[in-house]
Design a protein around this ligand. Structure first.
Ligand code: AMP
Ligand code: GLY
Length: 407
């Protein structure tokens, strides 16, 4: 059996561990109190057939490069390719060169120049940190005043530190959003089944942006011709342009797309599996994920993955105060009941600590997500909510409208 090391500690890594664990021996570093085979050892000190790096920060910091220098087989881009997520300005320049449809934009470091550009735009105004901000660095607002204040706070460093000292201002696009995750071997890519996530904290897409409060897969509006269009006209030109820049990109190319009246447009690239998209897409895979990632890491994907027609819906539970100031240490009850609830695929854990009395307590902003399975999205949704409603702690935040009305 292949031995696979997964780097990371969240719900996405729990899903990766589960699905890769179907046909591989899995170790997770650092993992968490619930993910099986979590070890504190640095990945640089472990031997394995494959290394899969979950989060963006170690990719941007060059962990894949370090492991490759040791001769290891790695699924995940080097720090060069990881700039697709690590620098929005770099990403926008690259995709413009590749001819990928995306929002008009400008990149700024000076308040005056940014404010002048804002005057030329119409609402909604979109302000993004150039650097990583844990999924929270994007403001979309109809208020020019709020946009102007954000420009000042971002560029001064007071809002997001160094990540905001360069900003991207973008044309506001309108339409439904989908996530298409492609697996690239450096020359070509295959698509995973699409997902949709819910980035805002509150029902009806209100409240601040978060890392994601829920997701479902498959996505009825994402037809197979849309997926082919995205592979041919977004993903492949991006890989070709990366090659022109001397970048051998082996990992996930996650395209965040908006389906506008003028066709799909790229909002963002992530260089890793989405969280919580992974918790609905990965368990639906029927072929071997281990083989797919081994082939991608070796530079030659041989076949398309296939997916069950069953749908999955995941509901994220976050702590009080998330995303700005999550409160930790609240006692969690009901996890076993949720796992036993009909149609529950899995409870994926991101942030649980065990207290001195050996009880589970909240230990992160997004604590866990509960994935329900069903023959349709609505059946999966009902199962997911019946399961997740068993889980309690003080101040628990979850949305009630994940995948509502999706047929
Ligand atoms: P990003 O991290 O770039 O995906 O942005 C986070 C969220 O902000 C996206 O999922 C969208 O909901 C929203 N967003 C980003 N860019 C735009 C845009 N150009 N127009 C409208 N909404 C956007
Ligand atoms: N759910 C969005 C992300 O992983 O970036």
């Amino acid at each position: 059996m292949n031995r696979v090391v997964i780097v990371g500690s969240g719900g996405r890594e729990h899903a990766l561990a589960d699905v890769l664990g179907r046909d591989a021996d899995v170790i997770v570093t650092p993992g968490n109190a619930v993910i099986p085979n979590s070890v504190a050892t640095s990945p640089l000190e472990i031997d394995a057939d494959l290394f899969v790096i979950g989060p963006e920060a170690p990719l941007v910091a060059g962990l894949a490069d370090q492991l490759r220098e040791q001769g290891k087989l790695v699924f995940g881009p080097g720090s060069d390719g990881a700039q697709l997520e690590g620098s929005k300005a770099w990403m926008k320049d690259l995709v413009m060169e590749a001819g990928v449809p995306t929002a008009r934009y400008g990149t700024f470091t000076e308040v005056d120049h940014a404010q002048t550009y804002l005057e030329t735009m119409s609402p909604p105004y979109v302000i993004k940190t150039d650097g990583l901000a844990a999924g929270k660095g994007v403001l979309v607002t109809d208020s020019l005043r709020e946009a102007r204040t954000a420009v000042e706070n971002y560029l001064s460093g007071s809002a997001f530190g160094g990540a905001g000292e360069k900003i991207v201002l973008e044309e506001g696009l309108i339409g439904p959003e989908i996530s298409i995750l492609a697996i690239s071997d450096g020359k070509k890519a295959v698509a995973l089944s699409p997902a949709q996530d819910f980035k805002r904290l509150l029902n009806n897409d209100l409240g601040p942006n978060t890392g994601g409060m829920g997701a479902y897969s498959p996505v009825p509006i994402a037809s197979s011709s849309l997926v082919s269009d995205v592979l041919n006209n977004f993903i492949q030109p991006t890989i070709d342009t990366l090659i022109e820049r001397g970048i051998d990109y082996r990992g996930v190319l996650y395209a965040g797309l908006m389906l506008t009246d003028g066709g799909p447009k790229l909002l963002e690239y992530n260089v890793r599996f989405g969280d919580p998209e992974a918790q609905v897409v990965l368990p639906r895979i029927e072929t071997s994920l281990t083989n797919l990632l081994l082939e991608a890491a070796s530079g030659d994907i041989k076949e398309n993955p296939s997916f069950t027609s069953d749908a999955m819906v995941t509901i994220v539970c976050a702590t009080e105060g998330y995303p700005t100031s999550p409160r930790m240490g609240d006692l969690i009850t009901g996890i076993e009941e949720a796992i036993q609830s009909p149609g529950i695929e899995k409870v994926y854990v991101a942030g649980i600590d065990i207290n001195e009395a050996q009880q589970p307590v909240t230990g992160g902003g997004r604590v866990l997500s509960v994935t329900g399975r069903g023959s349709t999205i609505q059946v999966a949704r009902k199962n997911a909510y019946e399961g997740v409603d068993k889980i309690r702690w003080e101040g628990l935040q979850k949305r009630q409208d994940i995948a509502e009305g999706i047929e």
